[in-house]
Design a protein around this ligand. Structure first.
Ligand code: NAD
Length: 319
């Protein structure tokens, strides 16, 4: 195990080990650590420079593409601090024999909590009521809605989708589940039904996205698919901004074609100048779904362990 010390690991993630030193100490025990927290996740030249001759990296949303791989010849492992892999060229990594890992299950519960927070915030008109609180005319005139017994479409039913489903069962919600890995009709119980994408959009009061951004899922929520939604529908996106055509969503929200949106993620981040952010029927958070101490600790330890396991096995294989 001690032999792994000769490997160099660069930390690009801004939030790795933010709430406790333990993940960083773990890495320090096994590797030469190069701490280079990167504030410019799309600047590939800078990323390549920061990685240099490292053998492994811990990434946040940093882009690792052909340019980076071409300029970092020693790179053997990419340990993602999180789960979404859309910023990494996975095919090229595979071709070059670079191992890519994630921290599944480390942040499901935190993302699910934020998803529920966005739903409840919109249904109970939290923003509007907060504004009125310190005015003489302080009692809200408009009636809000319950989450209780609403129909919620979960698009993507992996770790996070299931954690959201678990919470919504406590609100007696009816769940419409669309996921290509779940056969329509695979399970049909009173409170959860697997169905087609179109059926889920047509019948839901709330549509919540929990799927990866890929070529297939890019702009999956667009003019056509929004046109299937109910006028009172609420869209929640805590997965990736690119899954939604933001121009189509903007038009739908301005024209009240749908009721509201709760967003944690955006096509371009940071979303400076994004028109969606000024709408009164949008509740927005700055990609903070995993920003809890608990998630940060679990992701940090898991990302460090992935590197230790990989380089221990790599070292054994070479001897
Ligand atoms: P997961 O891999 O456990 O589940 C993803 C599910 O999506 C899988 O069951 C898969 O079959 C399904 N899926 C794939 N293509 C689909 C499609 N076209 N339509 C419907 N479903 C499809 O992943 P997870 O841990 O549940 O995370 C889901 C996504 O959430 C991640 O890919 C990531 O982009 C995003 N995420 C965002 C944050 C945040 O900070 N806001 C944090 C963690 C994850």
């Amino acid at each position: 195990m001690g032999e792994t010390r000769k490997y160099k690991v660069t930390i690009l993630s801004r939030s790795f080990s933010a709430c406790s030193n333990e993940p960083l100490e773990l890495l320090n025990r096994y590797f030469e650590v190069n701490l280079q927290r990167n504030d410019l996740p799309e600047d590939t030249r800078r990323i390549a420079r920061l990685i240099g001759d490292s053998d492994g990296i811990i990434t946040g949303s940093d882009v690792v593409d052909r340019y980076v791989m071409d300029h970092c010849p020693n790179l053997k492992m990419i340990s993602k601090h999180g789960v979404g892999l859309d910023s990494i060229d996975l095919e090229l990594a595979k071709e070059r024999g670079i191992k890519v890992t994630t921290t599944p299950n480390a942040n499901n519960e935190s993302v699910a909590d934020l998803t529920l927070l966005l739903m409840l915030n919109i249904l109970r008109q939290l923003r509007r009521n907060e504004i009125h609180c310190d005015t003489p005319d302080w009692t809200s005139k408009s009636l809000a809605n319950d989450l209780y017994e609403k129909t919620v479409a979960l698009i993507g039913f992996g770790n996070i989708g299931q954690a959201v489903a678990h919470r919504l069962q406590g609100f007696s919600c009816k769940l419409l589940i669309y996921d290509p890995c779940v056969e329509p009709g695979a399970f049909a119980q009173e409170d959860a039904v697997a169905c087609s994408f179109e059926e889920a959009l047509r019948h839901a009061d709330i549509i919540s996205l929990h799927l990866p951004l890929t070529e297939k899922t890019q702009k999956m929520i667009n003019r056509d698919t929004i046109s299937l939604m109910k006028p009172e529908a609420v869209l929640i996106n805590t997965s990736r901004g690119g899954i939604v055509d933001e121009d189509a969503l903007y038009e739908a929200l301005v024209s009240r074609r749908i009721r509201a949106a709760g967003l944690d993620v955006y096509a371009q981040e940071p979303p400076v100048g994004n028109r969606l952010l000024v709408l009164d029927n949008v509740v927005a958070t700055p990609h903070i779904a995993t920003h809890t101490q608990e998630s940060n600790y679990r992701m940090g330890v898991a990302a460090a362990r992935n590197l230790i396991d990989f380089f221990s096995a790599y070292e054994k294989e070479r001897n």
